[in-house]
Write a protein that binds this ligand. Structure first.
Ligand code: MOS
Length: 740
């Protein structure tokens, strides 16, 4: 495996920087009509009346679609697939309003300007009723979700009460995290084109086959009549893992107008109808002996959902598996609010859960007067403590050791507020990162073409993560071709099926399928050459043969060599083709699959102003084999940067009077800029996972954000002696603590 792991430049990089890469809203269409989504201005109630007269009168307007004239859908537009595969959408089937910013109309015109103008002329009168939007007031109505995203709602092992008795040092604290909204640079966008019964969608989606299935089921169509295309995606992060209301609405508008229709969400419309990270309130109780041995742990997590669907931020997943604590209880409860349904957002549950757990562990270390890293090593889980299974591979101890050394953890003084440089308080903090290593069935096709190049394809997606590049490497390596002679295709539901690019599973699922299809094509190429009396390699032994740079070559007599194009030409000129479907076996029954990492952070806090800077982060990860050192590093950098934002800046600010977000734009929704980020020192252990798949590859899309918020909060505590348990960790909270 010569190419695997190499820091190959992105194969789609040139297309992207030259603007040649086409995103969903950029495909040319003759007779294209433009749609604008209209969303509700109240959080709960009904639409009392609609006056579309002035909107209809705007020049170029083709359609004003509301619940009064929208086509009636089978089953009232309710999902044929259970959530979260099929979300509860708002498809203009009735006059009910469940949250502010819920889709209530679609206006279509010949130009975007005409559509936008008409949308603003639409007069909708609402009959409002009292909405529930205040988490603190509604929390007493919490209910237990039913197996959230297939996971156990609650868990229990050992005896929590006994464990509490055996511990002499206790932590008892509540951690809160805010609602956050995904804001990929490319907003949600869909373009729908009907050709008789055949519907083609260009959609910015993390799952082309899932989107096709949702749309087909929503309309009661055959799945073979829906094709979804997404060659490039300008970021997803979970919000594009589900097909939301605008996707079927765009197809409905195209059907009604008889024209191709494009619908792009406006930036403020990213804050409501397309998912969010919900608010969480997490209570942690921990007991330990004086030597740091954990004896009991309890993690109770509350998060908000909507009034129309249960979606749970599974904060306790990390707590169940990370430490060797014998007695444990975890629970998830949901608080329904008149808000849009929350959804997967980069490491959903692990980001928020690791903030609470790893903050609480730091608080325990402080109470024990023990080094926080030593506390974690003391309670290192040699096997999965909840599932009672061996890990498929766990090099977390090495992550801790290498990270501590690179960071200079030994220079950290024990007491808080004891490191200082003039007016700057210096803090050092750490936390553990972790994310499950998921994998699903995937298929791929490899075709060696008469010109000696290869087309390799799978119906997977590239969210900007590097799928094109790493799959090109895997295919080139398995075929024995140069990467520049591989064309890798993805993002089309008519290609061999691959899973949604969510749950960090694409690399782990698709790479073994690509490898298998490419290996089969390579074997066919070799067999053709060996069987052909006209081939220079004819008569060689099979085990003497290899494929190098597209040539079939004798290892013992390298002068005997035959290029793929010549082999195909002599055998009749037909491409060589192999398709492969690979699926997980029973390894999940035997092993527990997780990735791990250790994050070390230095913060500088202004002693008078409380401003927090993060000059450096050192992180070390065990993510199995790394397919491409450069794209993998970018993934971790992106995750860590987001972790810094989640720790210090990010928050959707909810006006509880109206159920609307007051910072629904990129100016007031704060995320880090370059000036906010210092040095990011990232190391991979790069040890193949022996059980996950034929390449030893685990996914890396999400682990990078985990642990970072806690490491920063822990470093701020070390710098200042102030423990902030409420994200984002802004200077007012630090100052209040320093004064108090
Ligand atoms: Mo990820 S939040 O499962 O796209």
């Amino acid at each position: 495996m010569n190419l695997i792991g190499q820091p190959l430049d992105r194969v789609d990089g040139l297309l992207k920087v030259t603007g040649e890469a086409r995103y969903a809203a950029e495909f040319p269409e003759a007779r294209l009509a433009h749609a604008v989504l209209v969303t509700s201005t109240i959080a709960r109630g009904t639409i009392a009346s609609i006056d579309a007269g002035r909107a209809q009168a705007v020049p170029g307007v083709l359609l004003v679609m509301t619940y009064q004239n929208a086509p009636r859908l089978p089953n009232g537009g309710m999902p044929a697939l259970a959530p979260p595969a099929g979300r509860r959408l708002s498809l203009l089937q009735d006059n009910q309003v469940h949250y502010s910013n819920e889709p209530v109309a679609v206006v279509v015109a010949d130009t975007l300007e005409h559509a936008a103008d008409a949308a603003r002329q639409l007069r909708i009168v609402y009959q409002g009723s009292t909405a529930t939007v205040d988490f603190a007031q509604a929390r007493s109505n919490a209910h237990a979700p039913d197996r959230p995203q297939g996971r156990q709602t609650d868990t229990q092992r050992g005896s929590f009460e006994d464990g509490m008795q055996s511990g002499t040092v206790h932590v008892n604290a509540t951690y809160t995290t805010p609602i956050e909204h995904h804001n990929p640079m490319e907003p949600h966008a869909t373009m729908a084109h009907w050709d008789g019964p055949q519907l083609t969608l260009h959609d910015s989606t993390q799952g082309v086959s899932g989107a096709a299935q949702v749309v087909a089921r929503t309309f009661g169509m055959s799945a073979s009549n829906v094709r979804v295309i997404a060659p490039f995606i300008g970021g997803g992060f979970g919000c594009k893992g589900s097909s939301w209301s605008h996707v079927p609405l765009c197809a409905m508008a195209a059907k009604q107008t008889g024209r191709p229709v494009r619908l792009v969400l406006e930036r403020p419309q990213m804050f409501g109808p397309v998912g969010a990270r919900p608010r969480t309130e997490q209570h942690l109780t921990i007991a330990a002996r004086r030597d740091g041995t954990l004896t009991a742990m309890r993690h109770d997590s509350l998060s908000n959902t909507s009034m129309i669907e249960d979606w749970t931020e599974t904060c306790c997943m990390v707590t169940r598996m990370l430490y060797a604590v014998p007695n444990q209880v975890t629970t998830h409860r949901l608080v329904p609010l008149n808000l849009g349904t929350p959804t997967y957002m980069r490491a959903p549950g692990e980001t928020t859960g690791s903030f609470a757990l790893e903050s609480a562990m730091d608080e325990l270390a402080a109470a024990l007067k023990m080094d926080p890293l030593a506390l974690r090593i003391k309670n290192y889980a040699e096997t999965d403590p909840q599932e009672n299974k061996p890990w498929s591979g766990k090099s977390l101890r090495e992550c801790y050791q290498i990270g501590a050394e690179k960071f200079g953890w030994s220079r950290r003084s024990g007491a808080p507020r004891s490191m200082r440089d003039g007016g700057t308080l210096i803090g050092m903090g750490m936390a553990t990162a972790t994310y499950p290593a998921n994998r699903s069935e995937a298929a791929a096709i490899a075709r060696i073409l008469p010109d000696g190049t290869a087309l390799v394809a799978s119906g997977t997606q590239d969210l900007g993560t590097g799928t094109y590049t790493v799959m090109t490497q895997v295919a080139a390596d398995a075929l024995g071709f140069a990467p520049e002679n591989i064309h890798f295709a993805l993002g089309d539901s008519t290609l061999p099926r691959a899973p949604v690019s969510g749950g960090s599973q694409s690399a782990a699922s698709v790479s073994p399928a690509v490898r298998e299809a490419a290996s089969q094509a390579r074997n066919q190429l070799i067999a053709l050459a060996l069987a052909d009396p006209a081939s220079p390699v004819h008569g060689s032994a099979l085990d003497d043969i290899t494929v190098e740079n597209g040539w079939v070559v004798s290892r013992s007599q390298p002068g005997k060599r035959d290029p793929a194009a010549a082999i195909i030409a002599r055998s009749g000129g037909k491409p060589i083709e192999a398709t492969s479907t690979v699926k997980p076996g029973d390894e999940k029954q035997k092993y527990s699959f997780h990735s791990f990492g250790a994050v070390f952070v230095e913060v500088h806090v202004d002693a008078e102003l409380g401003t927090i800077r993060v000059p450096r982060v050192v992180a070390v990860y065990d993510v199995g084999r790394v397919l491409n050192e450069k794209t993998a590093r970018s993934q971790m950098m992106g995750g860590i940067v987001w972790g810094v934002g989640a720790a210090l800046q990010e928050e959707s600010s909810l006006d509880t009077r109206y159920g609307r977000f007051t910072n629904a734009n990129l100016a007031e929704y704060h995320v880090p800029v370059n000036a906010d980020i210092g040095s990011l020192d990232i190391t991979f252990i790069d040890r193949p996972d022996p059980y996950i798949n034929s390449l030893g590859v685990r996914g890396i899309g999400e682990i990078g954000i985990t642990g970072v918020p806690a490491a920063i909060a822990n470093a701020v505590y070390h710098a200042t002696g102030v423990r902030v348990r409420d994200l984002p960790l802004t200077l007012d909270k630090v100052m209040a603590g320093m004064q108090g």
